[in-house]
Design a protein around this ligand. Structure first.
Ligand code: C2E
Ligand code: CA
Ligand code: CA
Length: 576
């Protein structure tokens, strides 16, 4: 039998009741675990000083007023499983402590070596999964680079050292993206897009001698130190030329070979600013300016005369017109209950029917809409359209359980958000239990008060939230518990990788397990193959969305899918 002895688990026994713990200590030592023991008051210190993997808590801590101590441990050290022990544990005590999130239980008087081995093995695995999730949360899964939040943190530290000590150093902050990437993505699919972004990351890493991170999509940001004795203009020109040269090498994906031009924006510290946010903003502005120039160029930020008005970018103009002319359409992608194959609802996804350019996908205009605040009126249009369509479905005798809509972080800056949504709910008599808002981690875990208040106000109306792109950002487990989030949507990059990448499979399993333990619904997005669906089914995923079932479709097509008997099984789709 496989023994956990080799893993030499570090166990902390917490006991403040003065009972004899020698029997459990002996049992653990027989399994070659290293054991430390302390009272509850000393636990925090021990947990910070040593590398404890498992906590054994004596069940006297589950006596009514001490249950909060168990709760405290689970909230503060969510990575470390807590195993409750006592000579005998009765069902009532087990039930109560389960409510307070104990991970496991042992009655020492009845515990054989085999049982203890099982408990150790299982809980060490839980510990490993949580540790791995925490590690992966620090990294961008696609490129393996540090996340942008970590980049901002390290960048801020560098800038403060520049301000205080190192007066001779200077930095160039470089913001770079590809031209036409969204079009490429929509044309060739996300796998091809991901492959380009990965290669782009590798090429930029080779040229970088400082910090580098992916901002989102195909946008990267680099912090390049420049020596005081170097000529600033020459260094920047040389570096931007190197980047342009490297990024315009062809990208290969399967039989495809493409060349994608790039745009680069540069801001300098201390010349332009010594503040992180300002510099990022300046480099981004410069990149947008570069994009308006000829194909493949770079621009260095130029301080604007405060009196001269910045010309408005054409896409902003067009978006304003699009709102006036009602050029948006809401498509629906069915959401399927995996076990029954029934359509239980849909996610509403906005499209822009441009009079000349045709159908434009959200990735091409949502970022501009967010930056300019135009997402606020577009967002209201989306909710209104969804409300109208829910009403139309119901009056045709069709029923859905969930309709989810994406809500941008920026929309919370509108102080009338909850009132306006309330008005739309009344106007279209929307059943709020059907409505669900999808938020990304950056919005949910943003500490700003108005975001929290906005979420609370909407929740009071009966609306639930789901966490979109789950696994790609910083999830705080305790916040996940506190906020009114009923479901988690596994990001499609992990689901896509589940058919061929062992790491992605482990991540998906861990995310599903996490959702189960947090008592949340778990939805997989971007399901494209039967292999992925079988894998998700095996591991207990509740719902799925993806091309295997259906692409996002216009209202009439979605209605037809619902009408055709509600049933849409993966098998039947796969046969088509
Ligand atoms: P998202 O919320 O992650 O939406 C899922 C995206 O994945 C959709 O792209 C959908 O078409 C695509 N997708 C679904 N199934 C599959 C699949 O099996 N394989 C692949 N490769 N892709 C799949 P879409 O519609 O282009 O939307 C892109 C993003 O734009 C959305 O990502 C969302 O962040 C944003 N967005 C869309 N509509 C709205 C909206 O009304 N408001 C806001 N604020 N954002 C929106
Ligand atoms: Ca979404
Ligand atoms: Ca998503």
């Amino acid at each position: 039998m496989l023994s956990v002895a080799s893993s030499k688990a570090e166990c902390l026994i917490i006991d403040s009741c003065g009972i004899d713990t020698s029997s459990i200590i002996k049992q653990l030592q027989r399994q070659q675990c290293s054991v430390i023991q302390c009272s509850f008051d000393q636990a925090s210190e021990r947990l910070t000083q040593s590398n404890v993997q498992l906590i054994f808590l004596h069940s006297c801590h589950t006596d009514t007023n001490a249950l909060s101590e168990l709760h405290y441990l689970r909230q503060t050290y969510p990575r470390i499983p807590v195993i409750l022990f006592d000579e005998y544990l009765d069902a009532e005590r087990i039930n109560t402590s389960m409510l307070w999130q104990a991970n496991d239980f042992i009655s020492t008087a009845l515990c054989t070596d085999d049982t203890l081995q099982r408990v150790l093995r299982y809980n060490l695995k839980v510990y490993q999964y949580h540790t791995e999730i925490e590690r992966l949360n620090q990294l961008d899964p696609l490129t393996g680079m540090i996340h942008r939040q970590q980049f901002y943190k390290e960048f801020g530290e560098k800038l403060s050292s520049l301000k205080t000590t190192d007066t001779s150093s200077q930095f160039a902050l470089i913001c770079v993206d590809l031209d036409g990437f969204n079009r490429f993505n929509n044309l060739h699919g996300y796998a091809a897009g991901d492959s380009v972004v990965k290669k782009m990351g590798k090429r930029l890493t080779k040229l970088s001698s400082g910090l580098i991170s992916r901002q989102g999509n195909d946008e990267f940001i680099m912090l390049q130190p420049i020596c005081a004795n170097e000529n600033l203009t020459q260094s920047i020109t040389a570096l931007c030329n190197q980047i342009m040269h490297s990024l315009t090498e062809p990208y290969q994906y399967l039989d495809l070979e493409v060349i994608l031009p790039c745009s680069i924006g540069v801001a300098l510290s201390p010349k332009h600013s010594c503040e992180t946010d300002i510099l990022i903003n300046q480099a981004t502005q410069a990149r947008i300016q570069a994009k308006q120039q000829s194909c493949c160029s770079y621009a260095v930020f130029e301080q604007q005369d405060s009196h001269s008005k910045q010309p408005q970018a054409p896409i902003e103009h067009e978006l304003i017109n699009a709102i006036r002319r009602n050029e948006f359409e809401l498509f629906y992608q069915p959401r399927i209950d995996i076990m029954s194959g029934n359509i239980i609802g849909a996610e509403g996804l906005v499209r822009w029917r441009h009079p000349e350019k045709g159908l434009i996908y959200p990735d091409a205009f949502i970022p501009t809409a967010e930056r300019t605040g135009l997402i606020v009126p577009i967002g209201y249009w989306v909710i209104q359209q969804a409300g109208l369509d829910i009403q139309r479905l119901i009056s045709s005798g069709l029923r859905i359980k969930k309709m989810s809509i994406n809500l941008s972080f920026r929309q919370f800056q509108d102080s009338y958000l909850s009132q306006t949504i309330q008005r739309l709910i009344n106007k279209y008599a929307i059943d709020t239990t059907i409505l669900e808002f999808e938020l990304t981690e950056s919005a949910l875990f943003n500490n700003e008060r108005h975001v929290r208040e906005g979420i609370e106000a909407l929740h009071k109306l009966g609306i639930n939230f789901s966490l979109d792109d789950f696994g790609t950002g910083y999830s705080s487990f305790s916040l996940l518990q506190k906020l009114p989030i009923s479901s988690l949507k596994i990001d499609r990059s992990f689901v896509g990788g589940a058919s061929h990448n062992a790491d992605d499979r482990e991540i998906v399993k861990a995310l599903i397990r996490l959702a189960h333990s947090l008592n949340k619904e778990i939805i997989a997005e971007g399901v494209e193959t039967m292999g992925q669906l079988n894998f998700l089914t095996c591991h207990g995923c509740h719902q799925a969305q993806g091309y295997l079932y259906s692409k996002p479709v216009p209202y009439e097509e979605f209605k037809a899918l619902l009408k055709n008997g509600y049933q849409l099984t993966a098998e039947s789709t796969a046969m088509q």
